[in-house]
Write a protein that binds this ligand. Sequence first.
Ligand code: SAH
Length: 414
Amino acid sequence: MGSDPWENRTRTLLTIRRQGPRRFGRSPPGWEDGAVVSEPVKTLPLVFEEPKGPRGRRPKPPQHLADLTPAERKTRAEELGVPGYRARQLATHYFGRLADDPEQMTDLPAAQRAELVDGMLPHLMSPLRTLEADKGTTRKTLWKLFDGALVESVLMRYPDRTTLCVSSQAGCGMACPFCATGQGGLQRNMSTGEIVEQVLAGARSLDRGEVPGGPGRVNNVVFMGMGEPMANYKAVIGAVRRLTDPAPDGYGMSARGITVSTVGLVPRINQLAAEGIPVTLALSLHAPDDELRDELVPVNTRWKVDETVEAAWSYARTTKRRVSIEYAMMRGINDQAWRADLLGDVLNSRGDWGWVHVNLIPLNPTPGSKWTASDPRDEREFVRRLEAKGIPTTVRDTRGREIDGACGQLAAEE
Ligand code: SAH
């Protein structure tokens, strides 16, 4: 048994669910010895709001140009005592030229340069460590934020594109038992600037030829790092806008290159659909039935499979973007042939106009977890059954697994 009693308890509960109530040989802490248990117990609460800081206040990250719209930047420049057009010059350095050294910003008056850069391009995060895999084309960076909070981002370069997987919160409050981030709880929301800076840091290292394959750009951004993006909605939308605004207002990437992944905060999915930005939505479903999903993805106790899939379907209908269903394959837990059939039926019940595809993720190991990845034969059968029902299905590669940089492995420890 692992050292984390909560892990063991969840595992035991899933066993009970499949076998019916039984007596524990060894009771988890706080339970009567030999108690008969038939109800699921949630040890980690769902946390939607960031916890309050000391004395009820949380210090905010320094305000950065990337937190602001072009109009707000102008005002900010004026507050700093310079003409509004300086804001655009700074944005050109940051988003357009990918500069981060004030010395290079020679179009700014030398006497005010340091003050302007401090005021609008403040230092947001320091890299503590970068781990590499795949001959340097997969790079996981651990960042320390201004208040000591730790987050990770992962750059993945493929022959034809580069993807940046970013964090949107330090930690995560969604408590999914198979995810390393979920087990650490939520420390705080990240600011728009902190989210954007993860992408820009990757963009700078690509631009400078520091990643094997020659100079390049970030083509894809996936909100699949630490955190639940829909629980930090405003900052995430701000980041999406900054990344898609044409240079020099933003990084100028295509909204189609951005994927927002969620456990299924239904009202937020609906809100995102109404924004009119065609980003791809990924829904972490992991089970087609409420009984199992209540345990694997605790937010399911708020919004059930049916209304969650309905929101995803409606997102696809509004945005004309195909939704991606994420499904981590866990041996003996959610990988049975009948669940593949049920998943196909649940998705097809909304119509078969190609609104959805399924992305199976071989379960990545997390510390202390008892779960393992599915048998490849079960995985193949799962794919076969979904495809037989007309659902396009892919199996995700597990890049970064050896550096704990794959899905669900980001835990940000020093
Ligand atoms: N909170 C959002 C964003 C994180 S995305 C969400 O859950 O969608 C990270 C993806 O990796 C999610 O689909 C998550 O369910 C999945 N994941 C978590 N732990 C995993 C693990 N151990 N193995 C494989 N995938 C995992």
